[in-house]
Design a binder for this molecule. Structure first.
Ligand code: URA
Length: 192
């Protein structure tokens, strides 16, 4: 993972790199944990501090994970490692440039489950144009192309959305409880 972080910091193949980002933002959390979380991309606070999900949305994410007793299990990264200008959504091309690193992270961590946070992460990882209200809360399989490592993956709503629409918190809590049950081995999918 340290080598991966160094490779990301030296990587010049993502167009976002030259668009004003201060530094590469890779990950934070427990690399030995059972849960990998993938968000959209760094914002202003993350760009300044070099860590993902440390602004307002990140603090809400941490509160949700703490409430479910999952914070210590989580390793948190994003679909892109450089802040998009003006906090716009990263383009599919920018996400594709960073995707091999995200997949390598999956292969190194071998998490028990992956949580995709927000529509941009869901679309990129699940390779779908379906909206987040359709994809959230459903288990799929995510397999890294190069290493063939797979993990069950679920999308949920972004905490930045919850800050604007607090009434949607119940949906996220439902997803988190499902995730928690899976991590604790309480749910076995047919055929899994
Ligand atoms: N939103 C994200 O999707 N990722 C971050 O790191 C911060 C905010």
């Amino acid at each position: 993972l340290d080598e991966l972080a160094e490779a990301i910091a030296a990587f010049e193949g993502c167009p976002l790199r030259g668009m004003g980002a201060r530094q590469a933002v890779f990950a934070r959390g427990n690399p030995q944990g059972s849960l990998m979380i993938v968000g959209e991309g760094p914002g202003a606070e993350e760009d300044a501090r070099g860590q993902p999900f440390v602004g307002k949305a990140g603090q809400l994410l941490d509160r949700i994970l703490t409430a479910a007793d999952l914070l210590d299990e989580a390793f948190i990264t994003n679909t892109v490692f450089w802040r998009p200008p003006g906090n716009r959504t990263p383009t599919p091309q920018e996400q594709a440039a960073c995707a091999p690193f995200v997949e390598r992270t999956l292969a190194l961590l071998k998490p028990k489950a992956v949580l995709l946070v927000g529509a941009a992460a869901a679309k990129a990882v699940l390779k779908t144009d379906d909206g987040i209200m359709r994809t959230r809360g459903q288990w799929r399989e995510w397999r890294s192309a190069e290493d063939g490592i797979a993990a069950p993956v679920m999308a949920t709503l972004h905490p930045a959305f919850l800050l604007r629409q607090p009434q949607a918190k119940g949906l996220v809590w439902k997803d988190i409880l499902d995730l928690s049950a899976r991590l604790r081995g309480e749910v076995v999918e047919p055929g899994a």
